[in-house]
Design a protein around this ligand. Sequence first.
Ligand code: SF4
Length: 476
Amino acid sequence: MVTRNPVTWLGSPKFPDAARTALANTQLRSNLRKATGTIRGRRASAVAEMTDWEELRLAGEALKDEVLTNLDVYLERLEKSVTERGGVVHWARDAAEANEIVLRLVRETGADEVVKVKSMATAEIGLNEALEAGGVTAIETDLAELIVQLGHDRPSHILVPAIHRNRSEIREIFQREMPDVPEGLTDEPRVLAEAARAHLRRKFLSARVAISGANFAVADTGSIVVLESEGNGRMCLTLPETLITVMGIEKLVPTWADLEVFLQLLPRSSTAERMNPYTSVWTGVTPGDGPQAFHLVLLDNGRTSTLADTVGRQALRCIRCSACLNVCPVYERTGGESYGSVYPGPIGAILTPQLVNDPHDQQAASLPFASSLCGACYEVCPVRINIPEVLTHLRATSVSARGRTPESIAMAAAAWVFSSPSRYERAQRLASFARLLGRNGRITRLPGPGAAWTSSRDLPVPPKQSFRAWWKENRG
Ligand code: SF4
C-alpha cells in the first residue's frame, strides 16, 4: 500500500480553488499585506548594508551545490562524527518511518509529553499528529507555532506561522484554549507574550524529552545548529534529558568555515537582523551538561528523487529564510494556507510537488502554477534558487503528466494555425465572429472548451478588421 506523504494537507483543494476562497477574506489580506510589507522593507535595508552580499549569495549557492553533488560522502561523514561523540543516527526513508522512529524513542524514555523547537521537518512529516495517535502530547514552544497549535489552525508562513492572525484574534485563542490563561488578558503584544511565557515555563521544567529540527549540521564535527529568535528553543535544547533531532538530509555543510557564510545570509534574509538572536550548537552528548541522550533522525522523504532532477534539485539549497514569501505578490494576496502544504509561497510551489513526487496528485501539481513568474523570489533568495526556472520546468512536467486535455488540444490546434500564414488569416476572419459574444469590449464567457480559459480571465473583443486586412486594403 502506498502511504500518503503528509507534506500536503489531506483534503486541500487545488491552488486556484483555495486561492479564490482566500481572496474573499479581506481580514486575511489586510493582516498579510501589513506583515509582509513591513518585513520586506526591513530586509531590504539589512541587505543593503552588506557590500559583499552578492559574493555571499554566490558562496552560499556554491557550497550548497557542492554538498548536493557529494551528499553521500558528507552524510556518511556526519554519521561518523555524531556517533563518535556519543549520538545515535537513524535513517528514515519517508515520513512514516521517521514518525515511527521518533515515537519509539519517546516511548523508550517512558515520557508521554514532549516539548518541541519550531521545525519545518517535523511539520513536513506530520509528527505531532503521529505522536498524538501514539499517546504522546507534543507542545510547541515557539510563540507563533503555539498560537497555531492552540487555535487548531494551520501554519501559513515558514518563519511566522501565525502571520495570518492579528493580536485580537490571538487574545481570543489564548482565552479560549490556554488552560492557565491570566485574568484580564489584553491584546497588547507584551501581555500576550508574557501569558505564553508563563504557560511554557512549567512545560520546560517538567519535560524529559525535546524534539527539534536543524538549520544546519557540520559534517566534519557532527555539530547540529538551530537558529531562533525567542530563546524558547534553547530551553528545549538544554533542559530535557533526551533530545531527538529530525533533519532533512540536505541540511549539511562540510565545515565550520562554511557555516559562517550561512550565519550571515540567513538572519538578514529572514528576520532582517544583522545577527541571529539565539544560535544553539551541540555536538553529541557531554556528560553532566545538557541532554544525556541525543538521537539524529536523517530524513529523506522525497529528497533523493528531487536530487535526481537536474533542474528541480536547486530547491534543496533552500535554507528556509522565507524571503521569497514576503516578496511574492501571489502569496501576499492568497496567504499560506491556499498552498495546502507546510511549505507555502514560491519555495512551496517548487519544493512541495517534488517531495510529493506524484505528477498525478492534482493538488501538488497545481502549485507550480501559483505564480506570476515576476522573478522577485529569485532576486531575494540568499542561495540564488532560480525559482521561476523550476516553476516552468515543473509546469511542463505537470502538463505532460495530464496527457491530452481540452487545453493541450487547443494549444496544438493553435500551433497548427500559427504555422501557416493562410491558415492564420482564415482563423482571424473566423475570430471576428466572436464579436457577437462581447459586451463593453470584453468577452467574459466563451462557449464549449473555451469556457475554461474565460473562467478566470476576460478576452478583449476582436477588432472588426484585422491589421493584415487593413494593410491589404490601404497599403497593399
Ligand atoms: S527559496 Fe530562497 S528565499 Fe525562499 S525560503 Fe528558500 S532560501 Fe529563502
